[in-house]
Ligand binder design. Structure first.
Ligand code: 5GP
Length: 194
């Protein structure tokens, strides 16, 4: 029996959580296990990190190009995070859903708040066990300077205060357990009688 992928039109899932909470790893695991799951590829004005690829991790564009897209109404939501714009492409998400794929929007709390109440999606918050563990994970990732890490940690605290607004909370203390919980949420949502 197929546990996921039985829909003609896919569902949308919004996943938020502080940087370093493990959102990307969890979504990569889901996409690897299920062909019917796609991560929404956002547009951003931030510079790519060494490991990131254009069109796979993000669509990297200039501030001018981003503002043009805002004008044209291309975004389902967008926000400024750490001085850079990030936005979800309306057409990308709709095209995936039309193909029967469940789309996961990995976006910050500002973006999620814009969608809550107006966009049909399930809202999932991924939380790290503690701010200290988050700091350690960021240091290990070694992709940010110390100032950026402190800035991200203080933003993380603010984001975590908004977790109660989401439909589901996934505590990522152990990656395997967190993955089981997230997967179960997707399966339950697909099997929900609407
Ligand atoms: P990062 O620079 O670490 O890739 O992402 C920084 C933050 O921006 C993360 O919380 C990430 O989830 C969020 N983000 C990525 N894409 C989008 C988007 O399209 N919209 C919004 N609102 N946030 C996004």
């Amino acid at each position: 029996m197929q546990v996921l992928g039985g829909y003609e039109r896919g569902l949308a899932f919004v996943l938020s959580g502080p940087s370093g909470a493990g959102k990307t790893t969890l979504v990569d695991m889901l996409c690897k296990e299920f062909d019917c799951i796609e991560r929404s590829i956002s547009f951003t004005t931030r510079a790519p990190r060494a490991s990131e690829r254009e069109g796979i991790d993000y669509n990297f564009i200039t501030k001018e190009e981003f503002e043009e897209k805002i004008e044209k109404g291309d975004f389902l939501e967008y926000a400024k995070v750490f001085d850079h714009y990030y936005g979800t492409s309306k057409s990308f998400v709709e095209a995936q859903k039309d193909k029967g794929k469940h789309v996961i929007l990995v976006i910050d709390t500002q973006g999620a708040m814009q969608l809550m109440g107006s966009y049909d999606a399930s809202f999932v918050f991924v939380s790290p066990p503690s701010i200290e563990i988050l700091r350690m994970r960021m240091l290990l990732r070694n992709s940010e300077t110390e100032t950026t890490i402190e800035q991200r940690l203080s933003w993380a605290k603010k984001e975590m205060e908004l977790s109660f607004r989401y439909d589901y909370l996934v505590l990522n203390q152990d990656l395997k357990d967190a993955y089981q919980v997230l997967k179960s949420i997707l399966i339950a949502e697909e099997h929900k009688i609407r």
